[in-house]
Write a protein that binds this ligand. Structure first.
Ligand SMILES: Cc1cc2nc3c(=O)[nH]c(=O)nc-3n(C[C@H](O)[C@H](O)[C@H](O)COP(=O)(O)OP(=O)(O)OC[C@H]3O[C@@H](n4cnc5c(N)ncnc54)[C@H](O)[C@@H]3O)c2cc1C
Ligand SMILES: NC(=O)c1ccc[n+]([C@@H]2O[C@H](COP(=O)([O-])OP(=O)(O)OC[C@H]3O[C@@H](n4cnc5c(N)ncnc54)[C@H](OP(=O)(O)O)[C@@H]3O)[C@@H](O)[C@H]2O)c1
Length: 385
């Protein structure tokens, strides 16, 4: 991979010194009635901030006002108290809870630190130390700081103790969904808003909730660009690419396709996209079908899991097309996967191995060797989360 292919000039901005970017588009991609709320977001960039398809954008969210208020009230603080942040800068407690502390999903570390503050508290001690790790993790699942404070009142007595108990609020990464060549001056992403109910409360993801609820047009959000040299289009622009991107996994492939189109690259393109329902969840449908119709996107294979009684996933479509996938690999195709790490990426790898074994009329061991060879040539790349 040459320097130019991987180099990105994120400008002077980093996670600790983010760029205050303006929201110029924030629209729903899923239709009313969908079980998902997946959004297309566009954010301005300053001149000199550059990215390549395959990179991510980091977003620094803030906690929602209602959640901040609930935590302060439960602790008996007003928010006007003064505290020192992680850099020992004095700020109000309200600002600290809103912008510096992870008051959302609870980490085991918070339970451990609370237990240290209350050595006599039986409930907290029962979740303390390596022997009680499983119990602490079970407690944390689906809970937030507010639950911990309600369940163990009176433990935090000094506002500064919150910095000991609660982890630092960290940025969230989102795969970039645009080519900068096609959209100068902005970065685009595809965000699924996390919402769920647990332990009698409505919850939302910190960053995706921020984007879903508190990022209207004109709003400023701190962001930074994050290079990913391990997820790149082939340098040889004539080579074919096969992209597996169900759900928000579509994001980097929209960027890949836009880039190849903008540059007039001649390599063939094959996209496998999957979601729950064609009529509600076909992200970027018009654009992708347009690319397919024009012939630029050689193949567009879709798997809508809930449009029929039996679930159909992208790997089922891969199985149907195994012979042609192998033929493309033999032509030197690059194979990319983006999206769910826990289940989809593993199942897709099995389907790929199967396609290689069948195509080469070899064993699965031989297919594994073939895939190893592809990895060494950087022809098998994954961006999964
Ligand atoms: C390299 C990379 C690229 C990514 N690209 C994208 C992308 O393009 N689009 C995208 O949408 N996301 C993407 N993500 C994921 C994204 O970074 C965030 O993790 C995601 O948006 C959730 O963050 P949040 O702050 O909204 O939620 P958080 O506040 O972090 O909360 C999420 C947590 O809530 C808990 N939770 C969720 N649902 C439930 C439930 N039903 N019951 C109990 N607990 C639950 C889980 O612990 C989960 O980890 C990417 C991640 C990485 C690392
Ligand atoms: N950390 C977080 O809180 C967070 C937030 C947002 C997204 N994510 C992750 O981002 C990824 C994408 O989420 P998303 O909602 O856009 O899409 P998704 O959950 O990956 O769903 C997209 C499609 O993939 C299907 N699918 C389910 N299991 C599969 C499997 N084993 N193999 C292949 N396809 C499978 C789904 O079908 P069915 O649903 O019908 O089974 C759906 O049709 C997931 O990893 C998700 O967990 C994480």
């Amino acid at each position: 991979m040459s320097e130019t292919a991987t180099a990105v000039h994120a400008g002077k901005y980093t996670r600790n010194n983010p760029f205050l970017s303006e929201v110029t588009v924030n629209e729903l991609l899923t239709a009313p009635g969908s079980e998902k709320e997946t959004r297309h977001l566009e954010l301005t960039l300053e001149e000199g901030m550059e990215y390549l398809p395959g990179d991510a954008v980091g977003i620094l969210p803030t906690n929602r006002a209602q959640a901040v208020y609930e935590v302060l009230t439960a602790l008996g603080f007003t928010g006007d108290e003064r505290v020192l942040d992680h850099y020992k800068v004095e700020i109000s407690l309200e600002e600290a809870v809103r912008t510096r502390l992870q008051i959302g999903k609870l980490a085991r570390g918070a339970v451990t630190q609370m237990a240290k503050l209350a050595p006599g508290n039986v409930g907290l001690q029962a979740m303390f130390g390596p022997d009680n790790k499983a119990r602490a993790e079970e407690y944390c699942y689906g809970r937030e700081l507010i639950d911990l404070v309600h369940d163990f009142p009176g433990v935090i007595t000094d506002p500064q103790q919150l910095f000991q108990v609660v982890a630092r609020l960290t940025p969230r990464m989102y795969s970039i969904a645009s080519s900068q060549m096609a959209h100068p001056g902005v970065v685009q992403t595809t965000v699924r808003v996390v919402r769920y109910d647990s332990h009698g409360r409505e919850r939302q993801g910190l960053a995706s909730g921020h984007i879903g609820e508190r990022a209207p047009l004109g709003e400023k959000i701190p962001v930074f660009l994050h290079a990913n040299g391990n997820f790149r289009l082939p340098e040889d622009t004539t080579l074919p690419v096969i992209m597996i991107g169900p759900g928000t996994g579509i994001a980097p492939f929209r960027a890949f396709l836009e880039e190849r189109q903008a540059k007039g690259e001649t390599g063939k393109n094959w996209l496998f996209f999957g979601e729950q329902r064609r009529s509600l969840d076909f992200l970027y449908q018009e654009q992708l079908e347009g690319m397919h119709k024009s012939g630029f996107l050689t193949h567009l294979d879709t798997a809508f899991s809930r449009d029929q009684a039996r679930k159909i996933y992208v790997q089922d479509r891969m199985q149907e097309r195994a012979a042609q996938i192998y033929a493309w690999l033999e032509e030197g195709a690059y194979f990319y996967v983006c999206g769910d790490a826990t289940r989809m990426a593993k199942d897709v790898e099995l389907a790929l191995l199967d396609a290689i074994a069948k195509g080469s009329q070899g064993t699965l061991d031989h297919a594994a060797e073939y895939l190893d060879g592809m990895k060494k040539q950087k022809r098998y790349q994954r961006d999964v989360y």
